[in-house]
Design a protein around this ligand. Sequence first.
Ligand code: 4AD
Ligand code: MG
Length: 434
Amino acid sequence: MSAPAPEPVRALRAPDAVGSTRRIRGWVQRSRSSGGILFLQVRDRTGTVPVTVRKDAVGEAAFKAAEAVQIEGTVEIEGTVAEDRRAPGGRELKATAVSIIHAGEPFPIVPEQTEEFLLDHRHLTIRSQDLVATIRVKAALLAAFRAFFEREEVLEITPPILTGNPAEGGSEAFTIDYFGRPGYLSQTAQLYLEAMIAPHERVYAITPSFRAEKSRTPRHLTEFTHLEVELAWCDLDGIVAFIERMIVEVLRDVATRCPEELTRLGRPPEELTGLAAPFPRLAYEDAVARLKAEGLPVEWGSDLGTAEERALTIAATRPIFLTRFPREIKAFYMRQTPSDPRTVEAADLLAPEGYGEIVGASEREIDVGKLVERLRAIGADPAEYEWYLDLRRHGNVPHAGFGLGVERLLRWILRREHIRDTTPFPRTPSRHTP
Ligand code: 4AD
Ligand code: MG
């Protein structure tokens, strides 16, 4: 009789698995040997299972080889499934045959290592249970967004990452040598999304965006996952309502896709399903007054940073829309408020519990003259934005959109101290390896 084919570890949990002979393969998470018995904990993508290896069951040579397998070494094991009430899946495997795929070298990650050491070994620490759960929630989050956009008839597009003009202020763009001409890594796909609404009306993109900000804060990465939406025939109120509905539906979906991972990481799924609209709205002007009353050094016209957003949201349990910002502190493409030329039709969504900005939204300026004036004011050459200005000359329509930082959202959902713990290989001013 031939050996059974390897199965996922979760197959051992089937009601009829007890007493049967099964084969699994995976990574050795723990190993302890005592008096001719070796206790292994074997992991694959579907779970972990304790494995008991007895010298008398597998033979002297196989036992010795199994004993020499290091943490994170890989094995294939055949055995009999037994009940084990103490094991996470309620099963153990009593080995009858062991083959070593790769015994491995001593695993460098051990308890009590410094944060720097762990980041230097990120290619190995991504196997830790918290990071595994985090990356699964991130995948669920992206899947939930895509499902939402499909329901809303918003089309996914693939904008370029290599660009000829910076879109969010040149000082924070990574410049590259593009065959002797200046090029930039994309800071936002927005301008391309705006071009795509004429043929498609409702579009989104999920791409990496790059910011050459030297900000060493727990919420800044130099490369992040940017989820951006652009909707034709939409104003500020329309885009704010869309974002609100999106956050409520997506978080509910994530809670049903991965309740165990959320619980493990300290966010009970009920907190996500319980989140209800409407989210409070707070005008920038009123936010400044509140911050001043709390003793923070801000004036009308100040940009609100990490500390200010923290103060505004620390006691909140629901996200807050901050609206109607001064024109000077916001990007050139935002629509001037018709009733107040000092402000723009913009809204930021701030996550509660102190986490701060996760979405930046605005209605777009559709007046070519005002766009040119704003480009000049920020020191940009309107000639370099000719193609963008062309969009206002051919089939110009009111439109609005937003960008959401996926890692920012995840940091709030999973209550992570630092944004780097929401992404497998974080990019910060001091690190672009591994
Ligand atoms: O507010 P931002 O700069 O807006 C834009 O780029 C718009 N053009 C987007 C659009 O309307 N299509 O960035 C949008 C979001 C922020 O709210 C934040 O969540 C995230 O992107 N973000 C960052 N996330 C991590 N690290 C950084 N350095 C980030 N900078 C922005
Ligand atoms: Mg912003």
